[in-house]
Write a protein that binds this ligand. Sequence first.
Ligand code: NAD
Length: 417
Amino acid sequence: MSEENLNPFAMAQEQLDEAARRLGLDRATSDLLRWPLREYIVRLPVRMDDGSVKVFRGYRVQYNDARGPTKGGLRFHPAEDRNTVRALAAWMTWKTAVMDLPLGGGKGGVTCNPKELSSGELERLSRSYMGAVARMLSGTKDVPAPDVYTTPQVMAWMMDEYERIAGEKHPGVITGKPIALGGSQGRDDATARGGIYVTREAARVQGIELCGADAAIQGFGNAGQFAALLGADLLGLRIVAVSDSRGGIYNPKGLDTLALVRHKRETGSVYGFPGSDDISNSDLLELDVTVLFPSALEGVITSKNALRINAAILCELANGPTTPAADQILHERGVCVLPDFLANAGWVTVSYFEQVQNAYNFYWSLDKVQRLLDERMTKAFHDVWAMRQQEGVHLRLAAYLVAVRRVAEACKMRGWC
Ligand code: NAD
């Protein structure tokens, strides 16, 4: 099968197989880790605004909970299907494990197009989903969070529905809530901030100077905008190029990141930013920069362009931007690829902090959240770097080895295999 048409769950299983082989896992353990422990498919009848009833299909996959309650986002998307949810749930399992959070991995979704739903229909769909899966969820069982096309408002409706069913308060049943309902400080920039911390560590161990070094960012949404702001602020990076779906801009002298964020907010795009030249998305990826942040789409770095990637550090804020074939090429060329499930784990880490604060009913300052995030990201990076040095493998495989070993050990100690 070519890397382009691999079903996502088959790809997740292939990655696990390689890690299991290298770790020498026994047959029972690798069989257990290749599949979700539990998966639910639910039918969701929803009253539409015109009085008709439409039945949607929803999923919740609890992939592995050996290390703690499963945790993972909930997507409302027309292409949502069982194998996508399974793959994302597997990746959440490795992500929480590589971060050494006391959590397992899960994922959920509803096959729907939220852009075609009114606010009332979206609320009824959210409540219907929670009604269908409530008995499978709790702060000690499985905790969803926002993901593609689900928002803090959707989380708030779902939490309210759960509490209505339970007859008591349970803010920790879901994370990514608005601050007013028990959300955590530090959520907004957590993904990019986590990526910036691991980039700092990757530069430190390789003796790469970041202050004044050039960086390029593909994608200028939540992850990309905060990567630009924090990359400049915390690391002293000079952001020379950024892009979004309308095109890219380039200025070798550096872009004013604050003005650029304002321009994007006002015009809807980075395109046409004063004082910059146009650059295509593919040329941006191939710029001679110290750090490249793919922050938009999956599959943008492939065997076709991997030989032309010139960055010293590639920090994957997007999920799945690099194909397996490209990974190998980049490794051989000495490009340091910070894999997505480490580089963008800042978000799930702050989600975990939200769960902890909900459990204590006591809330932390922004400073404290950022300090603890830095500690977690730094430790996770060094765990993975040590594995890379020990095994002589690329960082993605090293991250898998760290994560899979932790989950396998927890399964063994429980006597599951
Ligand atoms: P977003 O929707 O806020 O932004 C996406 C950006 O990508 C937009 O600026 C869009 O214009 C741009 N884009 C779309 N098509 C493009 C193209 N062909 N070329 C260049 N740019 C293009 O999304 P986000 O939340 O910033 O997420 C971006 C990536 O980061 C996704 O892969 C997501 O899964 C991953 N991620 C995000 C978070 C988070 O907390 N936001 C957490 C983990 C992972």
